[in-house]
Design a protein around this ligand. Structure first.
Ligand code: BYC
Length: 326
């Protein structure tokens, strides 16, 4: 649907004066809160930024299926299994809407997947941590999907139309995911001593990596300033991280859980929860491929891609046959 007519766009290169006018008119549209659509003129850097962010987002959804998929066969009841299965399928759907949104910018799915499989493209740091027990599934839903919603609700107002529209449905589903995670944590925190300890342990392991999901601090963020001007991002990384902490800490305390941060303290004057320093060296290590599960995640995606080759071939053959009949 999204790629219709993309091949008809104006490919002529404008001269410097015309380009300056185009850039000015483009920024005026952004400032007026107009949506930019696939066939509209846009600066190359805007297109590149979107392809980078949307494709990384899509890869994160797909790789994000792995840590949770690990628990589908071991969920503690049939009901939990059905819920987890539906959640993991939702993540696949999110990946597909996002790849489609990125394709409207002129990059093929094949190119994006190749970049992921060759290790050139990033995906969210959070999915390089292991899911050791069932409480981790609760912690992922509560914290990881909670952080994802905080980051993604503003993306529903992103200046690029296809991305912003894809995010509306994604956010609705993420909100269900967050609630199912918090519900698992609630049951465990109110269960036996052993279950309570599992919930506490999962919070301790997932808390800091969840804060890292929002990206480097604003002073180190390469892309935030320009992405804010283009209204791709509506808040900075630090602003969203703080919002997440403010919403999540009372939820944890309500369950009687303790956060692994001795510096966590409510500032009565601002109403914000102050928190201790993030270990950015750990974040850097994970981004460089040295997190606990980076190699395992990449291997799993490469194997899935190889083993799915026959499905892609069969679908293409079917589509060609269908074309011949028409
Ligand atoms: N992990 O200048 P910055 C989900 C990179 S899926 C890895 O601040 P930007 C879910 C960044 O890409 C959640 N890399 O960048 C799925 C950049 O590197 P490059 C995924 C990170 O783009 C299944 C460099 O660091 N959500 O929720 O302005 C189950 C400098 O950063 C990370 C999205 O993708 C990271 N955490 O801001 C459950 C949301 N952080 O590209 C849940 C869409 C930063 O120059 N993306 N980097 O090589 C965004 O909102 C923004 O891209 C970010 C980063 C806030 C993530």
């Amino acid at each position: 649907m999204y790629t219709q007519g993309l091949d008809q766009s104006d490919t002529r290169t404008p001269g410097p004066e015309e380009e300056a006018q185009l850039v000015q008119a483009f920024q005026a549209r952004i400032d007026a809160e107009e949506k930019i659509e696939p066939r509209d003129w846009m600066p190359d850097a805007y297109r590149r930024t979107l392809v980078r962010q949307i494709s990384q987002h899509a890869h994160s959804e797909i790789v994000g299926m792995l840590p949770e998929g690990n628990w589908i066969t071991r969920a503690p009841s049939l009901k939990r299994k059905a819920i987890l299965l539906a959640k993991v399928q939702d993540e696949a759907g999110h990946g597909l809407y996002l790849y489609s949104a990125a394709e409207t910018l002129g990059t093929s799915r094949q190119q994006m997947v190749d970049q992921l499989l060759s290790g050139k493209a990033k995906y969210s740091s959070i999915f390089n941590y292991p899911t050791l027990n069932w409480a981790d599934i609760g912690a992922i839903g509560w914290l990881v999907d909670g952080a994802a919603i905080m980051n993604q609700i503003p993306l529903c107002r992103c200046s690029y139309g296809p991305y912003s529209r894809a995010m509306v449905r994604v956010c609705k589903e993420e909100s269900f995911h967050q609630r199912q995670g918090y519900e698992i944590m609630t049951v465990m925190a109110r269960g036996t001593d052993a279950q309570r300890r599992m919930a506490q342990d999962a919070l301790e392991r997932w808390w800091w990596p969840s804060l890292m999901m929002f990206g480097p601090s604003d002073s180190d963020s390469a892309h935030t300033a320009q992405s804010m001007r283009w209204k791709i991002k509506r808040f900075t990384n630090d602003e969203l991280r703080q919002k997440f902490v403010d919403v999540t800490v009372p939820q944890g305390h309500f369950l009687g859980l303790e956060f692994p941060d001795p510096e966590l303290k409510l500032d009565e004057q601002t109403g914000h929860w102050n928190f201790g320093p993030i270990d950015w060296s750990e974040f850097k290590q994970v981004l460089e491929g040295n997190g606990p599960c980076n190699a395992e995640r990449m291997r799993a995606r490469q194997t899935a891609h190889q083993e799915g080759a026959w499905v892609r071939q069969a679908l293409l053959a079917h589509a060609e046959k269908h074309e011949d009949i028409r």
